[in-house]
Design a protein around this ligand. Structure first.
Ligand SMILES: Nc1ncnc2c1ncn2[C@@H]1O[C@H](COP(=O)(O)OP(=O)(O)OP(=O)(O)O)[C@@H](O)[C@H]1O
Ligand SMILES: [Mg+2]
Length: 281
């Protein structure tokens, strides 16, 4: 679905994105992770044909992005960080208007509104929507024309846990239908749950690219931390794979003196800090 070869781009005279290569298969959820200003949105804007002064190649659905025509957008749905609705129109009027821009028959508007819990507010002006309501509306706008590729830029930011869960389920439903999804997020939990593969982006460059599972495994085994009481509280750790040879732990278990024991797996954020020396937010 996406093939990027030797991609370079700059807003100014100095290069920003340079020599970037990656591809995304049909039906894949592909995540862009990186600190603020890393170039995630820039990359998405190139892939949807908004920024066309790049060098190298960025192909989406068989089309070189800088040569996109109107038809290119029949198969791309975009939910970017900021609401793109007409504030004076109602949610329903907005969705009706945006549907009319596509050649394809739109998905039923009422069904989509209901799906994200906006059916009661369908005839309210968007100006009177809350931030989370706007996010949900923006998301279903991206689904209106049932596109093959969804580009989602921080879709769950500003949503409460229930709505965030609902949106993640809807993203997985689109994947189950074979849709390809590009997802930018600062939320490591979301990325781990949703993405087949993620690319860590820092300073316009990809510094790691793999499945969340492989990236987490690359950090090494989980650690077991245990505590016990002996003239005050003590704690010790050992790798999960070596618990059976940790003499101290074996002794504490035999004497039934353990106060607590738990394992902790590395997270994507740990990997990100290892690979880049930076935190994600
Ligand atoms: N239109 C523009 N003109 C000049 N510079 C820009 C423009 N848009 C973005 N930039 C710069 O490009 C860099 C990358 O911005 P981008 O929006 O791609 O970051 P991001 O990774 O999406 O960050 P965030 O997580 O904050 O959304 C930033 O330094 C930003 O200031
Ligand atoms: Mg961004």
């Amino acid at each position: 679905m996406i093939q990027v070869n030797d991609l370079s781009f700059s807003y100014t005279k100095s290069p920003f994105i340079s020599g970037m290569n990656f591809s995304v298969s049909e039906g894949e959820i592909f995540g862009f992770l990186g600190p603020s200003g890393a170039g995630k949105s820039t990359l998405q804007k190139i892939l949807i044909g908004m920024l066309r002064t790049y060098q190298g190649s960025a192909m989406v659905n068989g089309v070189e992005c800088k040569k996109r025509t109107k038809h290119f957008y029949e198969n791309i749905g975009v939910d970017f960080e900021f609401s793109t609705m007409y504030e004076k129109l109602t949610a329903r009027e907005n969705l009706q208007f945006f549907s009319s821009l596509y050649e394809k028959k739109p998905r039923p508007i009422d069904e989509l509104l209901e799906r994200v819990g906006l059916e009661q507010d369908a005839d309210k002006r968007v100006a009177d929507y809350s931030k989370g309501m706007k996010s949900r509306l923006n998301f279903i706008k991206a689904l209106l024309h049932d596109p093959l590729l969804l580009c989602l830029d921080e879709p769950t930011s500003g949503l409460d846990p229930t709505n965030s869960h609902m949106m993640k389920n809807m993203i997985l439903e689109e994947k189950a239908k074979g849709k390809t999804i590009l997802l930018t997020t600062h939320n490591m939990q979301d990325a781990t749950e949703l993405c087949d593969r993620v690319a860590f982006i820092v300073g316009g460059k990809i510094c790691a690219l793999d499945s969340p599972h492989n990236l987490i495994m690359s950090k090494g085994a989980a650690t077991v931390t245990y505590t016990w009481f002996e003239n005050g509280e003590h704690s010790a750790s050992c790798p999960l794979g070596r618990v059976s040879s940790d003499e101290q732990l074996k002794g504490l278990i035999a004497e039934n003196r353990l106060q607590s024991i738990h394992s902790s797996e590395p997270t994507l954020n740990d990997i990100f800090m290892d690979v880049t020396g930076r935190t994600l937010v």
